[in-house]
Design a protein around this ligand. Sequence first.
Ligand code: BMA
Length: 329
Amino acid sequence: MTTITDYVGFSELFRRFDKNPILTPANWPYPVNAVFNPGATKLGNETLLLVRVEDMEGFSHLTVTRSEDGKTNWHIDSQPTLLHDLKSHPEEVWGIEDPRIVWLEERQEYAITYASFSRGGPLVSLTMTKDFKTFKRMGAIMPPDDKDASLFPRRFGGRWILIHRPMPVSNGMGAHIWFSYSPDLKYWGDHHVVIEARQGGWWDANKIGLGPQPLETEEGWLILYHGVRRTASGSIYRLGLALLDLEEPWKVIRRSNEWIFGPKEVYERIGGIPNVIFPCGAVIDRETNELRLYYGAADTTIGLAMAKMDELLDYIKSCPGPKEWRTRA
Ligand code: BMA
């Protein structure tokens, strides 16, 4: 049977894994409503996903799942790995969501940024771990509304950089991607916009946000970001690319005009929130030079898509630089 998805032609930089979705609520060892938007990293020889799990009360927590090949045979923790901490962290009252994971070589630990759903709205929290069993909470590092955050894995000029997406209170001002800087991961300042949401008819008009953690390559930091298009029947979440300077990442070298990955398959178009692909984590397989992108599909299940790093970099290098994309913004 032909469906509308057969007529939707998206760029084929990414190939979906043929056994998608790789993880669903039915796989979970305890009753849950949805599993989606996982952070991703390598831990030893394994690929580790920190999955956002929405329980039957509507609140989210995070649960670890591991796989040797990063594609199949996932071992899911038998109970929630990281639950909201109501006693010491009241800002986590309505759950914790959408983690991004970065290994900090200098500190020999992983930094996990996530959205805490506070009474004042979503905000950015930070926690540290070495083993994904015990966690050292650093608390809220950005006030609401703010989410889609990740650290860069190292300092620049002695300072850490947080990439995040504050939400403007004034309507029509656009939700853009910002940088903030800190000497100690606690006090943040020098806030400024780095990637703007475009305007008008663009696929990424008005609201954008970081996808997976920034990915270091020889050509610069590869950024996959989501753009949200509002339509008469709801929002569509798609993915675009940007390339940031390796040593001065606040400089945007390239940005794709087109989205490169968007909802197409049934499990991406139908679910808790339809027409959403939402990656929070990706892993580069250094042997095959392949990027494995892990994404929430329709806020219900987890999909996997693969791309060759060479092809992604060739593509982004062929995209416009700041002068060209600004003139059409
Ligand atoms: C965003 C975030 C994501 C979610 C997406 C689509 O604002 O809340 O967690 O996947 O909306 O519903």
